[in-house]
Design a protein around this ligand. Structure first.
Ligand code: F6R
Ligand code: MG
Ligand code: MG
Length: 370
């Protein structure tokens, strides 16, 4: 049977700054999904990572379905009411437009969705990250789908070894969705040349070259492009189907042991390592560090199993300790050099104003050494 997975993520308010949503806020969103989604969606899951709520829906309405997106939009609106009542910080932060118009793309929330014929066994992963941007998934996806150092299936499994087709979006282009398809292994170096630039080129989806099946859908929202100014980072959500013709679950997870440096730490303006965390982890130190959580599900006849929290394991405790060391290393140099993002990517205008004011005071030195 054909189903659609729709995963939508938004920050509609959190306790104590940009840390975690309240239990009441999460409960209200789940209540709206449960009551109003009855008859429309087959199953749902509601969770959170940092200050962002993630809603996962299983349904048969296809991608970009108006009633499905409206349901989630309305649930986030209802959550915003709770956030306002509780005085939560940033109430309604990611709902950038006043009115719903067709689907939530371009309105603020991050969306990942895919439609496929359910396999006999259908395992998939839901990734949610906070204090970072969609390009944070570029390196882990490249390593899991295109590098035999991380994906042993590329050399062990004939189906996986056929390679994958990546659709990459140029998120700096705002007039329309500007994308390119690149297939590995032949175009691996071209792919790397794009994916090194996390702020500009973002993996939107990946398909198997063995059977054309979609393995990955990743959100590509740029809140700044929608709002025209800084309104928070584009904390990304991603769905990944695993096993058989796709990488194994563990191969998808392996690159998260790196704790690679990504944009989005404190004020969306600093660089920090991406820490794999348990579900429902908030943020703390220096409004971070950037975090990613991952829940593993199976779906059958449109019904979800209870999820497994994959980063809740002793191995990842050790990774977290190591990543914490990387956090301290980069934070020890404060604003200097690569610890802070380049001026073009800063999410606050203060530095630009300061530099503009100083510009007038620069002069050509005509002293003795000139
Ligand atoms: C929010 C974030 C935070 C805020 C910071 C200041 O996702 O990254 O680091 O930028 O807490 O927030 P404001 O400007 O709202 O006081
Ligand atoms: Mg926030
Ligand atoms: Mg957030």
């Amino acid at each position: 049977m054909e189903i659609t997975l729709t995963a939508i993520k938004a920050d509609v308010g959190s306790i104590g700054g940009h840390l975690s949503p309240s239990a009441e806020l999460v409960a209200r969103i789940e209540e709206v999904i449960t009551t109003r989604g009855n008859g429309l969606v087959r199953d749902h899951f509601v969770g959170y990572t940092g200050d962002d709520i993630a809603v996962l829906l299983v349904h048969d309405q296809g991608a970009r379905s108006e009633p499905v997106h409206r349901l989630v939009w309305d649930a986030f609106q209802a959550g915003t009411e709770v956030a306002k009542r509780q005085g939560l910080y940033g109430a309604g932060q990611d709902l950038l437009k006043d009115a719903f118009s067709g689907n939530v793309r371009g309105l603020g929330p991050a969306v990942a969705e895919m439609t496929f014929a359910e396999r006999e066994n259908e395992p998939f992963l839901l990734f949610t990250a906070d204090k970072t941007e969609p390009g944070a998934y570029n390196l882990p996806l490249y390593l899991a789908f295109a590098d035999p150092m991380y994906n042993s299936g590329l050399i062990l499994s004939p189906a996986v070894g056929k390679g994958f087709t990546f659709t990459v979006m140029d998120v700096a282009y705002t007039a329309a969705d500007r994308v390119i398809e690149l297939s590995t292994p032949e175009e691996t170096y071209d792919l790397a040349a794009l994916l090194r630039d996390n702020g500009r080129f973002v993996v939107e989806s990946i398909r198997s070259r063995a059977d054309g099946g979609q393995a990955v859908s990743c959100s590509t929202t740029r809140l700044r492009n929608i709002a025209g100014k800084y309104v928070g980072k584009d904390d990304p959500i991603m769905l990944v189907r695993t096993q058989k013709n796709f990488p194994a679950t563990g191969e998808i997870l392996a690159p998260y042991a790196i704790g690679h440096l990504v944009a989005g730490f404190m004020r969306g303006s600093h660089v920090g390592p991406l820490m794999p965390v348990r579900a429902k982890t908030g943020v703390s130190f220096f409004d971070g560090p950037p975090i990613v959580s991952c829940l593993a599900f199976c779906v059958h006849d449109g019904r979800l199993t209870a999820p497994v929290d994959v980063f809740d394991h002793p191995y990842w405790d050790w990774v977290r300790t190591r990543v914490s060391q990387k956090v301290d290393d980069i934070r020890s140099q404060g604003f200097s050099g690569p610890a802070m993002l380049p001026q073009s990517d800063l999410e606050y205008g203060g530095i630009t104003e300061r530099l503009d004011a100083l510009e007038k005071r620069f002069h050509l030195d005509s002293g003795p050494h000139a």
